[in-house]
Design a protein around this ligand. Structure first.
Ligand SMILES: [Zn+2]
Length: 557
């Protein structure tokens, strides 16, 4: 039985609870089930009538099931010595997870946990809104203070094992009874809304964390599989009279719905609209977050034959191009290239510290163009320059653009979106798109200025979209199967400098014709190989937008 020490004891002994491990785990399980699972219950109870006794029976049974399952999971790793080591971080992780789930409607699947693990300090700082403090005080600090007062009573090992076994049997029995009671509705919930399991907290965080760490450990231990080992320069390389530079801009969190070129009610792309760009209005992303989309965009088999382990364990498009003789360089203004540029030339805007463009570890995207003039003036051969934007990375969209781009007003000027109206959030988001339009416009202007001595192309595509309050959802990262279109429909465009199409033997009108089709990130790998005329058995012509658009007769003229 737990006992509370008398107040006559020394100060540090007062209110100390002497107890065995199991009741603490039971209390923790009950706390998690009741305090951290509101989003799960909201999803599970959709369509249930609150006045029906059956609904309350369902809630009671599911709560019992959650308590029992979390108890069993914790009981497998907690003993007298590990109890506080396991529970303390679990309380903090659960409090953080429940905050972001309730606030932004995010799900904690493996992709989300991978995102969290790879978050930079500057990104994390932006997520720490003042509203998080009372939430942490209630859901992390309060249980931590109680945990601090717990003193686990010493029990001889055989007896401790017996007690633990008894509790585990009881918890398993409770889980079984609860499961039987709600099997029918619970099975139908898991069948129709499989993603609801990513709302069961902290089970979602624990299971996803174990899965991600396991996968990353295995991936780190095995060398990347080579792909496109037969890559070589195509016939147009010998016919070209000028160096060729392809600039691939990987956008961030730009959604197709707010893209001016796609007919959005607001003109968010005024500069690009005035330029002869080829716009691709129907492009679907491979993932709903950077950690999934980025490696997938540079892989031969993207979403149509998705295999995350194979994508992460293999070389990327950039390695194939490099093997064929393309000079590849990756410049990053975000959270790195996610393995896509491993072993290849790369730098970051933060490290370049472009004057006047960086503050607190974050830089405006114009920093991506730093030193570009010199690079273009001395360009030789065939080059691919990848520019990875910070783009529309939220929640604080207003931090993504300099003051002159705050044209849609009033714009949300808080890190915490909950402090702004929906219109203010959209205004800030659209201002950030205006700034991307400016960066791309400036890039095209610079490439145009070198057209006499250099053939150049720009290909821009965003990595995924964003929710801006539709259906109560914000940000991105929804499980792919249930992600709304705004998170998966992304802007894409292409531009060729004067003379480039003829110079490399490409029929621009043919390419323009391809633009109206429904396309996906899966086209990127093969289309870049096609644009740069790199031949390899890894190229699948059906996914190459330049297939059938090559005109070598024009190149030889
Ligand atoms: Zn992203």
């Amino acid at each position: 039985m737990p006992s509370i020490r008398s107040a006559r004891l020394p100060a540090e002994e007062r209110f100390t609870v002497t107890i065995t491990v199991e009741p603490v785990l039971l209390a923790a399980g009950a706390f998690f089930a009741l305090a951290a699972n509101r989003p799960f219950f909201a999803a599970a109870l959709r369509g249930h009538d609150a006045g029906e006794p059956a609904t309350w029976a369902f809630v009671a049974a599911v709560t019992a099931l959650l308590v029992a399952v979390h108890f069993i999971l914790m009981a497998l790793v907690c003993n007298r010595w590990t109890l506080k080591v396991v529970l303390a971080p679990l309380f903090v992780a659960t409090a953080l997870a429940s905050y972001f789930m309730a606030r932004y409607g995010v799900f904690f699947d493996a992709a989300m946990v991978r995102n969290v693990l790879h978050t930079h300090v500057a990104e994390a700082r932006e997520l720490l809104a003042p509203a998080l403090l009372p939430h942490l005080a209630l859901y992390a600090i309060a249980p931590l203070v109680l945990l601090w007062r717990v003193r686990v009573v010493h029990t001889p090992l055989p007896r401790a094992a017996l007690i633990r076994a008894g509790w585990l049997v009881a918890a398993s029995g409770m889980a079984a009874v609860a499961l039987l009671a709600v099997f029918q509705p619970l099975a139908s919930l898991m069948r129709n809304h499989r993603e609801a399991r990513y709302l069961i907290t902290p089970g979602n965080v624990l299971v996803s964390l174990i899965s991600v760490l396991g996968r990353e450990t295995r991936a780190a231990a095995t060398p990347r599989q080579s792909i496109g080992t037969d890559a070589k320069a195509g016939p147009s390389w010998a016919l070209r009279r000028k160096p060729l530079v392809l600039v691939l801009v990987v956008g961030e969190t730009a959604r197709a719905a707010n893209w001016g070129l796609n007919g959005y009610a607001r003109q968010t792309t005024p500069q690009l609209t005035a330029m002869p760009v080829i716009n691709f209005p129907h492009v679907t992303s491979c993932g709903t977050n950077t950690e999934v989309s980025l490696p997938c965009m540079f892989a031969p088999h993207g979403r149509h034959d998705y295999d995350e382990a194979s994508i992460r364990g293999s070389e990327s498009l950039l390695h194939v191009l490099s093997r064929a003789g393309v000079a590849v360089h990756w410049r990053d203004n975000q959270s790195g290239c996610k393995g896509v540029c491993d072993g290849l030339s790369n730098d970051s805007v933060q490290a370049l510290n472009a004057p006047g463009l960086c503050h607190n570890g974050q830089c405006f995207d114009e920093g991506l163009l730093h030193g570009l003039e010199a690079r273009l003036a001395t360009a030789q051969g065939t080059q691919l320059l990848v520019l990875h934007q910070l783009g529309n990375h939220g929640p604080p969209y207003f931090r993504r653009y300099p003051p002159p781009f705050a044209r849609f007003v009033p714009a949300c000027n808080h890190d915490d979106l909950a402090l702004c109206s929906r219109q203010e959030i959209v205004n800030a988001y659209d201002n950030a798109l205006l700034y991307t339009d400016h960066v791309l416009g400036q890039l095209i202007t610079q490439l145009s200025a070198h057209a006499d001595g250099l053939d150049s192309m720009l290909l821009y595509v965003s990595d995924h979209g964003e929710s801006l309050g539709e259906g109560g959802l914000f940000l991105h990262g929804m499980p792919y199967a249930i992600a709304p279109d705004v998170q998966t429909q992304v802007p894409m465009l292409m531009w060729l400098s004067a003379g480039t199409a003829g110079g490399i033997g490409l029929d621009a009108a043919c390419l323009r014709h391809q633009a109206s089709k429904a396309l996906t990130h899966d086209h990127l790998f093969h289309t870049v190989l096609g644009l740069l005329d790199v031949h390899t058995s890894a190229l699948e012509p059906a996914w190459d937008l330049t297939h059938g658009c090559r005109d070598l007769v024009a190149a030889s003229r």
